[in-house]
Write a new protein. Sequence first.
Length: 378
Amino acid sequence: MDEQCLTLAAAVIEKADREHRADEVLRLELKKHRDWLPDIPRSVSRAVFAFYRWRGWLDSPAPLEQQVRQALEWQERFRRQPNSISEAELRSQALPGWLAGQMPEMPPAWLRDLQTEPRLWLRARPGQAERLRQQLGDMAPGFVGLLSDALSYEGSQDLFRTPEFHAGEFEVQDLSSQAVGCLCAPLPGDTWWDACAGEGGKMLHLADLMQNRGLIWASDRAEWRLARLKRRAARARLFNYRMRIWDGGSRLPTRSLFDGVLVDAPCSGIGAWQRNPHARWTTTPQDVEELSRTQQRLLAAVAPAVKPGGKLVYSVCTLTQAETVGVATALERERPEFEPWPVPSPLDPGEPARAQHWFWPQDHGGNGMFVAVWRRKG
Ligand SMILES: C[S@@+](CC[C@H](N)C(=O)[O-])C[C@H]1O[C@@H](n2cnc3c(N)ncnc32)[C@H](O)[C@@H]1O
């Protein structure tokens, strides 16, 4: 790696902290150098993320540039000889010590995936995946389960600068997140509420599944995220939605009752630690406890808005007990009007016997996630 990239990577690491996420600092730094060829931003990103992935192995008093170089060497060594590092070492050096108390079982495959570079997933517009595969090139072969619009990109173009992106022909969306939209399975003409719509990743998928018909209420407490959602929806020419600011309080954005409500809740994000390794060192067990309470509060607030016979879907990109099974079990205990709605996994459609209402869709190369699906009785 050349000195220019090393220096910039070290500058990003120096500035990043709990309030300034490394990926955000990196984005801002790279924005200052828009004229660079895509190879340089890619090398700097690789170096920054390798640093956080291998931080537990680095010689911390050494200058940052030297540590970044060491991290890249560890990354390469692990790529060539994944078994040269034991599971016990991964558990103790790649992750903060408090996690074991929150996640008693750490699947060995997940531990190893954490130390590799993540795949880049795209969601093509309905029925357009094959055409997009040919236009963009460099896609991994095959489709995953029922997610026939999902493509895994392995090339080196900056996809955000392609004409296909500007024409709204695809979204960058993680595979497990795409599974959430499929589990919602809204029908054209339905009325849905995406209560934590954020920048609209899942809302746009729901709108596509509804063929731009029916209505989606998209709410979030962050106005700036909804502004991005609006830009993305315009690019995709999706119009069957209304936006509202909502902070999770008991005053709901509308009195409507919905065929389905999705709560893609704020969470500790541990399922995205492969993609965002900086968060391993800034997240705390207090965050987990606080977020689990927020998730329960959000579910309790939206529950009355689900029509009898309607669906309630809860998803989080994390794997702690308190946020996933803990929240789902509390809802089932406290809200007997909701019953489990078992469906086959969109990622393993050949296994109808394994229909379930709790899902961990991460075994196919996407983020770690938990999804639960219930139906309101009546
Ligand atoms: C996991 S993100 C949503 C991602 C989005 N659904 C997507 O697919 O792109 C969680 C969202 O919850 C929002 N949020 C956090 N606390 C909230 C609250 N109390 N009420 C409503 N939204 C909240 C955050 O602003 C964030 O956009």
